[in-house]
Ligand binder design. Structure first.
Ligand code: HEM
Length: 192
């Protein structure tokens, strides 16, 4: 792989930051700027989770190992955007007032499942280094299978908060189903 490829992908992964910075700077966040910021990062979190999930099928389909080199970076970006998403909700929506916030997490099922997905991302981010792969050995793979649950929680979170599956949540759901089916098929035909 050309050595400028990884930094280029890194800069591309910052795209959501460029967009929001532009929108803040040019006052283009619309009538509900806080919601716009929360939703922007929520959507990008889901996109990065699905991109991370897509790397292994792409490796198998194209028979190229290059894709796997981006998997960790994409996964860490998913955690990064999930944290900004969560922090903008806690900070901008609730001004770090934790009492009503905890109430929201416990009472609204879409917040509860989103929060659970974020919590599950933490051990994956912590154990993403080469050193942790060596320390955890076989358990590393088992632990990182949590990404399947996280992706399902992420899509459910989107469906529940939208109160309808149409239209964007449905697109994410279909992509997720395809990615999960690809995994099952690779295992069934022993291609993994
Ligand atoms: C892996 C974790 C998460 C993913 C993938 C995710 C994804 C999303 C998506 C896709 C949206 C909707 C974007 C749109 O409408 O365009 C959203 C909205 C939202 N999320 Fe998350 N989210 C996650 C975690 C969280 C957490 C931890 C919280 C708070 C504790 C949270 C609270 C919210 C709220 C309040 C909204 C806006 C709801 C509204 O429009 O009223 N999410 N999220």
């Amino acid at each position: 792989m050309k050595n400028y490829f990884k930094p280029a992908v890194f800069l591309l992964c910052l795209w959501p930051i460029y967009i929001i910075t532009f929108q803040i700077f040019y006052n283009k966040l619309g009538p509900e700027p806080v919601d716009r910021i929360i939703n922007h990062f929520g959507e990008w979190t889901l996109i990065f989770i699905l991109l991370t999930l897509a790397m292994t099928p792409l490796r198998k389909i194209t028979k190229s190992l290059e894709w796997i080199k981006f998997r960790r970076m994409l996964g860490l970006f998913a955690f990064f955007y999930a944290s900004i998403h969560m922090l903008s909700y806690v900070g901008l929506d609730y001004r770090f007032d934790f009492e009503p916030l905890i109430d929201d997490v416990l009472k609204k099922k879409f917040i509860f499942i989103g929060f659970s997905a974020w919590l599950l991302l933490i051990p994956l981010a912590i154990t993403s280094s080469d050193k942790m792969v060596k320390i955890l050995k076989k358990n590393w793979k088992k632990l990182h299978r949590l990404v399947y649950i996280i992706s399902i929680f992420g899509v459910l979170h989107f469906i529940w908060l939208s109160k309808t599956i149409f239209f964007k949540p449905l697109v994410f759901l279909i992509i997720l189903i395809i990615l999960l089916l690809l995994r099952i098929n690779f295992r069934k035909f022993n291609l993994s």
